[in-house]
Design a binder for this molecule. Sequence first.
Ligand code: 5AD
Ligand code: SF4
Length: 480
Amino acid sequence: METKKEIEEQKEYIKKVKEINQNKNQKYNILTMGCQLNENDSEKLCGMLEEMGYTKTENQNEADIALFNTCCVRENAEDKLFGKLGELKKIKEQKGTIIAIGGCMMQEKHITNKIKESYPYTDIIFGTHTLHKFPEDLYKAIKEKKRQEDILDIDGKIYEDLPIKRNSNIKASVTIMNGCNNFCSYCIVPYVRGRERSREPKAIIEEVKEIAKQGYKEITLLGQNVNSYLRIEKEKNIEFEQYKEVNSFATLLKEINKIEGIERIRFVSPHPKDFTDDVIEAIATCDKVCKLIHLPLQSGNTKVLKEMNRKYTKEQYLNLVEKMKAKIPNLTLSTDIIVGFPGETDEEFEDTLDVVKKVKFEQVYMFIYSRRVGTPGDKMENQIQEETKHKRFDKLKALVESQIEENNQKYVGTTQKVLVEGTSKNNEEMLTGRTDSNKVVIFEGSKNLIGNIIDLKITSEHMWYLKGKLFLGTEEKNSF
Ligand code: 5AD
Ligand code: SF4
């Protein structure tokens, strides 16, 4: 109830800013860094900005508000932010651009201190727990003409009913939980996003129903650790009034699978240690749940996994994969891998290559270990030299690419169900879509197909995409 009142208050600020903006043709630009959760937060920021009378521009130089939604999972985002802030100084002097920075990086004291010292012309700094207060912060920045700093160190609550402007009208993301309690020793997320807390089933289901009504075909459920959905609430004996049968991630999947109109359900990211049998069974039996599962590995070596605080061994990961493959027909897997974690030896790194060879992932997101201030990994003394990290990265990349090439071959000649997403970025004449296993397929066809799931025959493979063609007559359709 309390949160509802807080959102009502923000809606009043939205009205006030809208009044200020009347007939002024105000524009905003937003730069989003990082993961899909951040993208989803940005959609909420865009929703608020549009209700306040701003329209979006892709050109930061012509924007009246330049907004940054930051990520701090790896180091490179910091350099990017500071570079952009430097560039904006002159533009701000000329046209008074309001500069607002939010997101994970703003939960780090050393970063906000640097912004205040080196980029004092920044107008608004807000964190992950105060995103819903952006209208108030903006109103005050305009009225009081002084910097607003709105950062909470304690865990934020869950706020429903924020305006939202989604990036696509075919695929939508739905955040089901915030925060993380796992404290993997390399990861900053638990420090900047706070403790794990799940959204109420009713709020999620109503959001998905609304999305389905608007004509969306695919949804992605988001959380740092989706398969422990409602775990903390259960431990605390918190019960929700409606949808009592939804009491876990598996039961949530089953309930969402019933929603008419939605044709594909994806989710990121689950944790291997929480991949219980009921989740495997739900994936196998829910026809709409895509059979590509993202299962972050991080390392294939048991000792490194222990140091990473991942709570599974190489063998447990491989056994889980075997179990999943046995129970879920046509299962494909993608993963995240970090190379060069402190103390990782060449031999231990070989275990990672071994798991990659055995599992044959559909896609691998590869990262070079990046020291994050405040994490246990940063305090470890046996940091790996940059050169070694890069060598290992290149070795992994070469293996992954050769496997992807080999794996792509299996698609050629098959029929795939493809959700058509739009025209290809590189060629307006061609359409682009994705298979159930998230492979990009480029093909020739009428724009009326956009937004539909259609059958395509795969004619060739090209490393990062497949080429396909429409069925014209009575050709035979072969799936795998
Ligand atoms: N260094 C490199 N990669 C990291 N990730 C998380 N923290 C770090 C770090 N400090 C990667 C993990 C995670 C993904 C989102 O980012 O692989 O799954
Ligand atoms: Fe980070 Fe581990 Fe939590 Fe994922 S599960 S957000 S890697 S601490």
